[in-house]
Design a binder for this molecule. Structure first.
Ligand code: BGC
Ligand code: BGC
Length: 448
């Protein structure tokens, strides 16, 4: 039996602050958040949770929580301010201190090497639309691995390449704010290629375990008896789930449904065939074996057949009848079981051990007069999802870990500081941290 890993997760731009300290270069999120109208109320990550200075306190909170592991991300622009070339030693020093403090506290560090904060200098060269970015990513990964691979045994390459492509490059609601719709699809391939090259760089540095963190969503047809709705759900699942997992575990891209081909509305058979950017040998690199699939799960997606003038081959419709989070997302714990079982069914023996690398919810957390944040809805959310995970294990899915998103209330991307996901409440005016009721509940839950 493998020991089950309990953890919590954060990301660099969402918590660190210290945006231009100690030689850090600008990232696409610095640029984006400073553009008027991009982030709600003009919030930025300039200060965030000030974790860059307050990390000892945050490590102490993790120790009090009693987690086995902590998933955080390393900011590429702290390590390589220009994205490539000169290394900033102070950037590496920061993560080395953090890793050492975690190990000292008996907590396994699980760094994610890319959580959406591309160095702006690389965006200026085309960002993830530029194939060279994949190679620059692997070079950066090699620099980090050289410093930390003697102490870090589990690494995550990318966070949610699907969400980064869709929000950042297709819709433009996240950095870098490009609204290319289907012409954003090369961003999928270049990120996956970067992942495969990074796996090889990590292996070369002796890293024992490499994972990726993919956002996945079970796609449900609005009307299960409608063939058109079922086709729409499958089209959506292809884009959201299979496009980012098939090449890792099957070594091929899925056939894209009609209507999902870049630059054409007629439909072409396969992503790989359609896309000029896929070269010979790329899929071998992308399919380099990994040791874990990180799954970030928030909610299922409900799909109906598209209207005649729709660009995409599906219509996303509201999933009603469930409680909702402060974000308005439906709370559907069994969707996690459904998703994990679907991954197992699709990939069989090719599926590596699975880790839920993110799961959690935003709630309108306000400290009471006594200072207590009594977030019962978050406790119910976590309890329900952990139970669903247990059901997936009972159905034979090899799930080996669960990380709550997030340790701290933090900069929630386009929502700024308006959505609170933390087990720990942060007062952004004073930086005061207050563990919520869910923190105490999670500590009890994992100690048994
Ligand atoms: C991201 C996190 C984000 C969370 C909640 C995930 O898509 O990886 O950075 O804060 O969802 O929206
Ligand atoms: C509240 C917002 C507030 C933000 C920053 C959120 O939880 O809903 O009204 O502006 O936190 O403190």
């Amino acid at each position: 039996m493998h020991t089950f890993i309990w953890g919590t997760a954060t990301a660099a731009y969402q918590i660190e602050g210290a945006a231009d300290e100690d030689g850090r270069g600008p990232s696409i999120w610095d640029t984006f958040s400073h553009e008027p109208g991009r982030v709600r109320d003009g919030h930025t990550g300039d200060v965030a949770c000030d974790h860059y200075h307050r990390w000892p306190q945050d490590v102490a909170l993790l120790a009090e929580l009693g987690v086995d592991a902590y998933r955080f991300s390393i900011a590429w622009p702290r390590v390589l301010p220009e994205g490539t070339g000169a290394v900033n030693p102070k950037g590496l020093d920061f993560y080395e201190r953090l890793v050492d403090a975690l190990l000292e506290a008996g907590i396994a560090p699980v760094p994610t090497l890319y959580h959406w904060d591309l160095p702006q200098a690389l965006e200026d060269r085309g960002g993830w639309l530029n194939r060279d970015t994949a190679g620059y990513f692997a070079d950066y990964v090699a620099v980090v691995a050289e410093r930390l691979s003697d102490r870090v045994s589990r690494w995550i390459t990318l966070n949610e390449p699907f969400v980064h492509m869709v929000q950042g490059y297709a819709l433009g609601v996240h950095a870098p704010g490009r609204a290319l719709m289907l012409d954003a699809l090369p961003v999928a391939h270049h990120q996956l290629l970067g992942h495969g090259l990074a796996v090889r760089a990590l292996r070369a540095a002796g890293a024992p375990e490499v994972w990726i963190a993919n956002n996945c969503s079970p796609a449900r047809p609005a009307s299960p008896s409608s063939e058109a709705d079922r086709a729409a759900a499958e089209a959506y699942a292809t884009l959201h789930n299979w496009l980012f997992n098939d090449p890792l575990f099957l070594g091929t891209y899925p056939d894209l449904p009609s209507g999902l081909s870049p630059g054409s509305s007629s439909g072409e058979p396969s992503f790989g065939v359609t896309l000029g950017c896929v070269r010979d040998g790329d899929l071998d690199v992308i399919a380099t074996p990994i040791d874990g699939l990180g799954v970030n799960y928030y909610n299922p997606t409900l799909l109906a057949a598209p209207c005649p003038d729709d660009v995409l081959p599906f219509d996303i419709v509201p999933l009603t009848g469930y409680p909702t989070t402060a974000f308005g997302w439906p709370v559907v714990p069994d969707g996690l079981r459904e998703l994990l079982v679907a991954l197992k069914e699709r990939y069989g023996a090719a599926l590596p051990p699975v880790y839920v690398t993110e799961n959690g919810c935003s709630q309108p957390d306000v400290p009471g007069q006594d200072g207590v944040v009594d977030d019962q809805a978050r406790i119910a959310f976590l309890d329900g999802h952990i139970a669903a995970l247990d059901r997936a294990r009972a159905e034979g899915v090899d799930v080996r870990g669960y990380f709550v998103w997030s340790l701290l209330d933090n900069f929630e991307w386009a929502e700024g500081y308006h959505q609170r996901f933390g087990l720990v409440h942060v007062d952004f005016a004073t930086q005061r941290r207050t563990p919520k009721a869910s923190f105490h509940w999670f500590r009890e839950r994992i100690s048994t």
